[in-house]
Design a protein around this ligand. Structure first.
Ligand code: AMP
Ligand code: MN
Ligand code: MN
Length: 338
């Protein structure tokens, strides 16, 4: 795969009359914020544009970003000039609407995930970016777009969320510069942060409490592992979307280097992995056909929780005992904050 220049992508988008925007399933704030900001600005340029969601449900705390920019209906634009995937580049990341993406006359991906073998007409993949939102801002720049406040706030939500509120190691000078630029467009960081983070449902906290009471520690407490089961959703009244963020809470535990959270979903198991200092969970997720980033990765396992849990547990112990040992030999600090 060869990266295109952002200017080339900007030119194609400027010339398009209809643009359908796609993002990944299990949407986070980067997925929703980046895609909605794009569509809002494309419409201001007079284009026919929608975000076509893979999922029909959006997390409560992200609904303020939606407006009338999104749809579940693939027929909303019959034959789009451009199909643009953002915060995702492979059709496996939006399977329900994959055929529609493929039907675009021109296909483009703007993403910050490492990709394997996908190659569209245009690609701008930058794994060093903290969030797809940073890349969208770059795209606005080359297109000469001054985003209105709503779009700028959507990008701030995207960047704030994907960098763990400017805490993760994907937080760079570029991240802060992007957010400083967004301030020029009138964003209200406190209001956006309150909308994103200060609105936890009691059901979600109850679900988290179930996961916390069920957690187990492996390899001297350097791995924490837990799960979210159908039974827990039923008991707490929470829904699967409420599981978002719980794995990061597990990682925050003193001495933990890797957090593993398995979520039961329609007979399958979704694995959510986080690393703190030196460990790489993307490589671990790839063992199960998944991927993501070095510090935040995931996978879908075609087994029930009952079968998947011991499988992942054993793999984690095997994989990370070796990885930790190699890091120690290399003199890299593990759990320096423990
Ligand atoms: P999550 O734990 O769901 O928040 O996902 C963590 C990161 O891994 C996100 O950046 C996802 O986009 C990515 N990810 C999750 N599942 C997969 C998968 N099956 N393949 C590739 N990347 C994934
Ligand atoms: Mn995302
Ligand atoms: Mn992202």
């Amino acid at each position: 795969m060869k990266n295109s220049r952002m200017e080339e992508i900007g030119k194609v988008l400027s010339e398009a009359e209809s643009i359908l925007v796609f993002t990944h399933l299990n949407m986070d704030a980067d997925a929703v914020g980046s895609s909605c900001a794009l569509v809002r600005e494309f419409r201001r340029l007079g284009k026919k544009s929608w975000v076509l969601f893979n999922d029909s449900e959006t997390a409560d705390n992200l609904r303020f970003l939606l407006g009338d920019l999104t749809t579940d209906d693939p027929s909303v634009i019959e034959k789009p000039d451009v199909c643009l995937a953002v915060d995702a580049s492979e059709t496996t990341r939006f399977p329900r609407v994959a055929d529609k993406f493929l039907s675009g006359k021109i296909r483009i991906a703007v993403d910050h995930h490492e990709i394997k073998d996908t190659d569209w007409e245009y690609n701008y993949i930058d794994p060093s970016a903290g969030a797809a939102g940073e890349l969208v801002l770059k795209l606005f720049d080359v297109m000469g777009i001054t985003p209105e406040r709503g779009s700028a706030e959507a990008l701030f939500a995207a960047i704030s969320s994907d960098t763990g509120n400017f805490q993760y190691n994907n937080t760079t000078k570029e991240t802060f510069l992007s957010c400083a630029r967004l301030c020029d467009f009138g964003i209200r960081p406190n209001a956006v942060s309150n909308a994103l983070y200060e609105c936890v449902k009691p059901e979600k906290l109850r679900l988290q409490s179930e996961a916390v009471s069920r957690m187990e520690f492996l390899l001297d407490g350097r791995i924490v592992m837990s799960c979210l089961t159908e039974e827990m959703y039923e008991k707490t009244g929470a829904v699967p979307n409420d599981g978002e963020g719980i794995v990061a809470e597990l990682r925050s535990i003193k001495g933990v280097e890797v957090a593993v959270l398995l979520k039961e979903e329609n007979g399958k198991t979704y694995g959510s992995f986080r690393a703190k200092n030196e460990a790489n969970v993307r490589v671990f997720a790839e063992l199960f056909g998944g991927g993501g980033h070095d510090k935040a990765a995931g996978c879908t396992i075609e087994h029930s929780m009952k079968e998947a849990y011991p499988l992942v547990r054993e793999a984690a112990v095997r994989h990370f005992s070796k990885a930790f040992e190699e890091m120690e030999k290399a003199g890299e600090s593990i759990g320096w904050n423990s």
